[in-house]
Design a protein around this ligand. Structure first.
Ligand SMILES: C[C@H](O)[C@H](O)[C@H]1CNC2=NC(N)=NC(=O)C2=N1
Length: 93
């Protein structure tokens, strides 16, 4: 899949909430009630990632989750990352 340029990414991010472009990845943090809620969300997200065959770099510290998305083969952000970001925010919403 084709790597998106900065303008294309910024335009796509306008249709999402809270994501920002950082180091050739799109990134967003989420805060949940507690660890159990954070990990439940991660589990739900993980099943969707498997369906899309696209997976996040993520870090969980207690009730905080930071998600970073990029496409390895493209060395940057592609539509796959935008689609997964949308899926993730829909799950969390
Ligand atoms: C073979 C498999 O489809 C690829 O390795 C997939 C798996 N998940 C992936 N996830 C992400 N975020 N980027 C990729 O390039 C990627 N590649």
């Amino acid at each position: 899949m084709k790597k998106m340029n900065t303008n294309e990414i910024e335009a796509a991010l306008k249709n999402l909430t809270g994501w920002e472009l950082k180091n050739d990845m799109i990134e967003r943090s989420f805060t949940f009630k507690d660890f159990k809620e954070a990990f439940s969300m991660m589990t739900r997200i993980a099943f969707e990632c498997e369906k899309q065959q696209h997976h996040p770099n993520w870090e969980n510290v207690y009730n905080n989750l930071t998600v970073k998305l990029s496409t390895h083969d493209a060395n940057g952000v592609t539509q796959k990352d935008i689609d997964l970001a949308k899926t993730i925010e829909d799950i969390v919403a």
